[in-house]
Design a protein around this ligand. Sequence first.
Ligand SMILES: Cc1ncc(COP(=O)(O)O)c(C=O)c1O
Length: 726
Amino acid sequence: MSKKILVTGGAGYIGSVLVRDLLNKGYYVRVFDSLYFGEESLSDLKNSPNFELIQGDMQNVDNFPNLLDGVEGVIHLAGLSNDPSCDLDSYYTKKINVDASKKLVVMCKEKGVKRFLFSSSCSVYGTGITTQLDENSPKAPVSLYAKTKLEFENILLEMMGENFYPTILRNGTVFGYSPKMRFDLIVNLMTKHAIKDKKVFVLGGGKQWRPNVHVKDVSKAFIKCLEAPIEKVKGEVFNVGSNDLNFQVCEVAEKVGSIINDVKIEHPPSDRDNRDYNVNFDKINQVLGYTTEFKIEDGIKEIEKNILNGSMGDLEDIKYYSIKTIKELLNKPAIITGKPIRSSFLPFALPLITEDEEKEVLDTLRSGWLTTGPKTKIFEEKLKKYAGAKYAIALNSCTGALHLSLLALGIKLGDEVITTPLTFAATANVIVHVGAKPVFVDINKDTLNIDPKKIEEKITSKTKAIIPVHLAGQPCDMDEIHRIARKYNLKVIEDAAHAIGAEYKNQKIGSMSDTVCFSFYPIKNITTGEGGAVLTNNEELAEKIRILSLHGISSDAWKRYMKDGEPSVWHLIEPGFKYNMTDLQASLGIHQIDKLDHFLDIRKSYANVYEKEFSNFKGIILSKKIDDIKHAYHLFPIVLDTDELIINRDEFINAMKKENIGTGVHFPSLISGYYSNTYGYKEEDFPNVTFVSKRIVSLPLYPKMNVEDIRSVVDATKKIISYYRK
Ligand SMILES: Cc1ncc(COP(=O)(O)O)c(C=O)c1O
């Protein structure tokens, strides 16, 4: 059976020559390539029985667990090449050229693939501190491209071990015809200009040295290494080229001019080219008996032939220029075939649960007490201490908290309760559940919270309460809301589902109103799986809510069933609900609340990045903060300025999904569906919420994200907005 070789980047400039040479020598070749430059370079090999093509991005190489099955050697060509392409996005370059390459090595080691040939570059010598640079000469890489090559070389040598024998091939500046042609390499580019424009441009002074090597000779070097006894090549570095092919750039231009007729050599003004390396190739010759076959002149002639026979079509096609293709790939949204910003999906939100919570849950499970009991009590103590309230009743949800608050405050059939239409359905639903009517007041377009200036005009004799919602974690203007409540004798129930940890005028959200309701749903600032709580300073209210939360009976199970508990006889005070929090849930909460301030710091630091990146970014409107508050940054909503864009919010969300980023909508307006049908609310009477809710989208923001995740969200958002700007 023929030896199976994996060639990463096998559809590329070197790869498409090497793959053919390997096949001709009887190898079985598996190619792993992103095909960002197309697959034409390999299309004629498709039916070859010894050829296999797997399309994939190196960043996700670990998503291909079978990639190395049966493989005896890897030739790793994949990566971003060419200096300006690598400079486009340094983060992306490092991810591909270093991090992704490392993943491949880990996979090789796991699968026992011993032979690993890495395609590096003589550009690691950079400014060429000495002449006739050999493999041990000092490295002085200039470009990021060369730096990443060198970084991975070092990693590779460090990772060498008993069953992993890497070899590094530092190629000279490659030239010549390849089925995947490049015209951004010096010989190739000069030849193209000479034929098309009758001009050759010498940039960077022209005195700088380059060690040239034909692409077929590079292929030959790889095969030579692959077939050499392992002792000769393991852990070795070889310069690939020939001493006779070191030329100054101006000499290369002269060679092109000597072959193509009537060519003018021009020296346009340009910056000095610091890349200047004259390389010695004795080692590969002495150790492996390797020599090159092709001269620069051969390359010029074969390129001339291929240009003149028209087989390459439009020579300005971006596929011939790495930077143009990569630029387009990076700038083009993934939804229209661009390259996704992220290789793996970033969910819109995730909780951050660690061993502390896991141990506590296990402890609870083993205790035998699963429902409301001692741990719920501890959580309630911590909650009220944290938020500065006298009483805290932990419940199974914020919805329950809002519902019981209304009931305990005596809101009933025929009453009206004022709230915002930019909120989760639960805020308004509970008003309906107690028989009252939700009366919506439009939002302030800047803060996204209920506009206090518009509250008074909605107050009638039936109005009994206001439910302000601290949207996204930004407190409402509570002074103004309390002023109005006092004036009209209204109760205030804060929907603080998003706002645990937030502060208003140096006071924690939690004790300023009749009741304050928190949510501990999985994506909230802290979580208990599902869960919520009511906080209040009013003892009577607290007692009522506690009783209503457990059927309306006089004592809870903990009190009834413990050894020294109350008699197991209970009596029903009024028909209540089953809204209690369990000890299993509280097991999470008692650790989450200890970490809350830390979580908030992370949220704030990430939100600061978003604010810095998106303020003054055309197409995005950021909400404004009011004075004297601490934002809890539960969400980071942006409003798309769709007047500036050719896409709408939902199209933006879909485009982000294709970049592998989840987003959320907080919220669709409640001036629609049930509430409009039932109460006759019309969009035009609520212009701000109508405008915002159709354009709002929340970006991921949670402590489990790392700074790279945040950066990827910024990059994807900017890419999509820039691409779809009018
Ligand atoms: C503003 C608001 N209020 C209330 C709730 C209801 O919270 P829970 O799911 O804990 O019942 C939510 C939940 O997302 C919310 O966002």
